[in-house]
Every structure is written in C-alpha cells, then in structure tokens.
Design a protein around this ligand. Structure first.
Ligand SMILES: [Zn+2]
Length: 133
C-alpha cells in the first residue's frame, strides 16, 4: 500500500465500506485529474458518481492552498467543492481505469451504463479542454 493508501486507511473519516473495499480488492492507489464535469460538485457527489458510474473509488482530493500555501490531501472532505483541475486519489485496478475520471464528460457519458465505454469524447467543450492539457 502506498503512503496515501495508508493515510486513508488510518483516517477516522474513512467509511467502513471503503475500508472493506480497500482490504478486499488488492487494488492500488492512483491519482488522476478530475474532468471538468466534476467541477462544482461536492466531494460526496463526486465520490458517488465515481463509484456508481466509473467504478472507481475516490477517496481523497488535493486541496490547493490559498495564497501560495502548500496543497494538502484531504480525505473524504464532506463539505469540499471540487475546483477545476483537482487531483483525485483513487483506488483502482489499473492506471487505465482511473483515466475515466479524466475522460468523464457529463454531456456525452451521462447515459452510459458500461463504464468501459467512457473514453475521450468528441464534443466541442471537451475538445477545447483537452487541447489545453
Ligand atoms: Zn463530451
């Protein structure tokens, strides 16, 4: 387990089902930038969307410090809103799976039931966005 994994594991805020998941799967911790579709969601909303739609467990996010302060990893920050280009910390089987969090587009993927179909989409908004990264 990575140090972030350990941190999450030790956190009193980590919910029981998340701990079970951590222990049960042998998955690893990955980081990925959350797509623009997550911006403005609360952490619980984003986490639920990741779990139900993307089949990813979002455990923590990076909160950027204000006024040049260091950013910190915030585990299960219930009240936090997702800012643009937030780094998420995920439990998943592979780095490829975690890319779904980056590719997820509300306009294109909202009705998709099979998470393996969530790939880089071709809509106008996304094209603009992906060309920046
Ligand atoms: Zn799209």
């Amino acid at each position: 387990m990575t140090w972030v994994g350990w941190l999450v594991f030790q956190s009193p805020d980590t919910q029981a089902w998340q701990n079970d998941y951590l222990q049960g799967t042998g998955c690893e911790m990955y980081t990925e930038t959350l797509s623009p579709s997550f911006t403005g969601m609360t952490f619980p909303q984003a986490s639920e969307l990741c779990f139900t739609k993307l089949k990813l467990l979002l455990l923590a996010i990076e909160i950027k410090g204000e006024g040049g302060a260091d950013s910190k990893i915030s585990i299960n920050p219930r009240g936090a809103k997702i800012a643009a280009n937030t780094q998420g910390f995920f439990i998943a089987q592979s780095a490829d799976e975690v890319k779904r969090a980056w590719f997820y587009c509300k306009a294109c993927h909202e009705d998709i039931k099979d998470e393996t179909l969530i790939k880089k989409c071709k809509c106008k908004n996304c094209k603009l966005f992906y060309s920046i990264k």
